[in-house]
Design a protein around this ligand. Structure first.
Ligand SMILES: NC(=O)c1ccc[n+]([C@@H]2O[C@H](COP(=O)([O-])OP(=O)(O)OC[C@H]3O[C@@H](n4cnc5c(N)ncnc54)[C@H](O)[C@@H]3O)[C@@H](O)[C@H]2O)c1
Length: 383
């Protein structure tokens, strides 16, 4: 089986604008995971498509240093465009190299997801798309249709579902009676505003970018038990504008939910990309109250602290992605949830897969949140 990755940014390669990322993903997640899956015999060939062919020599050098020399893993791939041209349509050429049943993994700015996913599925290919899968319910429903017509899987990459604590919490919440209150917070440091300057505020916003994670978790926890009926959004600004980015600093979505029993619940989802440099790259936590219990998770702090001369105090989370090799120097990240969410898509396993059919509510809430900000009014949902 072949797999094509579209996009050569931070999550795929660890490179941002041609420099090593300062985030917690030094050599990225997606390409490294696929190289390991190929080594394990679960994939035959890897293709990577970007918009700028000039980046590939640097990407190969970066992979050679941080993957092949470090773990002894083959990091070769076929690139599109395969010369030094700038070609934003190169992904279409790459698609022609695949056969029905092969896989496409899309990690490009949010406004490109729909077209790339639709074209891939139309060719009989299985598709995994970075969150948020698409930006509107209309696009979401068109993807459901093409997935059904072509009998392929379209899913969104929401790795929190593979975190052992989030997966456990989901099942426990479903045993705790009606939902009552949920509050999540997730942030990225200010430096990411520069990393994402190409699309921040134009192709997407911080709610689409980060609220998706906990929204997906909450919709998954309440699947078949409750439905969202109204979205009211609020935002803060000032920091992004001060560096000439016309986008919000933080966005909060307040969602009214109705449990199947008829009782009401509230969900509040906040995300920000102006956090200061701290002991973690990204703060991420939630609290949930149900009629028969409550729980909270601080996903950023796993009871593991270290400090080094070069980086100062840190709170690492190798449950997300383990870069430290095993005692023989081999890659040892196979049990990380960032790895498993991609591996389960490639192998066709995983009951947690966030399929296009099961994720309508998340897209509806994100779209309504944007509309609420733009109109200054609450938006009713009819799901
Ligand atoms: N960075 C993260 O931690 C992270 C985590 C999970 C999901 N994501 C999601 O991944 C997606 C991309 O994020 P990123 O952080 O990698 O962003 P990024 O800005 O670092 O990279 C985006 C990439 O898309 C490429 N691209 C743009 N137009 C293209 C085209 N026409 N053809 C092929 N490639 C094209 C760009 O060249 C760039 O390499 C977003 O949807 C984001 O929400 C990011």
């Amino acid at each position: 089986m072949k797999a094509l990755i579209i996009g050569t940014g931070e999550y795929v390669t660890g490179l941002v604008h041609g420099s090593k990322s300062t985030s917690d993903k030094g050599v990225g997640i997606v390409a490294l995971t696929l190289f390991d899956l190929r080594q394990r015999g679960l994939l035959d060939e890897i293709l990577i498509a970007g918009a700028n062919g000039l980046k590939f020599p640097l990407i190969r050098q970066h992979f050679d240093q941080l993957i092949t020399q470090k773990y002894g893993l083959d990091s070769s791939f076929r690139s599109f465009p395969n010369n030094d041209s700038h070609d934003p349509e190169a992904w279409r050429k790459a698609l022609t190299e695949l056969s029905p049943g092969d896989s496409v993994i899309i990690f490009t700015p949010d406004d490109l997801h729909f077209e790339m996913a639709h074209e891939s599925a139309s060719r009989g290919l299985h598709v995994l798309v970075a969150k948020p899968i698409v930006k509107t319910l209309e696009e979401h429903d068109r993807l459901i249709k093409v997935a059904q017509d072509k009998q392929v899987t379209i899913a969104t990459e929401v790795h929190k579902r593979w975190d052992p604590m989030y997966a456990d919490a989901r099942q426990r919440l479903r045993e705790m009676g009606d939902a009552s209150y949920f509050a999540s917070y997730m942030s990225q440091p200010k430096s990411q505003l520069e990393s994402f300057r190409a699309w921040a505020g134009t192709a997407s916003d911080i709610s689409y970018y980060l609220n998706t994670h906990h929204l997906d978790f909450h919709c998954w926890a309440l699947e078949g038990r409750a439905r969202p009926v109204r979205v009211t959004a609020s935002a803060s600004n000032g920091v992004a504008q001060s560096i000439n980015l016309d986008t919000e600093d933080s966005i909060t979505l307040m969602v009214d939910w109705i449990n199947d029993s008829g009782t009401k619940a509230t969900g509040i989802y906040t995300s920000a990309w102006i956090a200061p440099k701290a002991e973690v790259h990204s703060q991420q936590r939630f609290f949930a109250l149900h009629h028969q219990g409550e729980l909270r998770i601080d996903q950023a702090h796993r009871g593991y602290q270290l400090s080094t001369e070069s980086d100062g105090p840190q709170s690492p989370n190798p449950l997300f992605f383990r870069y430290t090799p095993d005692s023989q120097g081999r890659f040892a990240g196979q049990s990380s949830y960032g790895y498993q969410s991609i591996a389960d898509f490639i192998t066709g396993k995983g009951e947690q897969l966030a399929t296009i059919e099961s994720t309508r509510a998340t897209t509806a809430i994100l779209e309504a949140g944007r509309l609420s900000l733009d109109t200054g009014k609450p938006i009713d949902l009819n799901l």
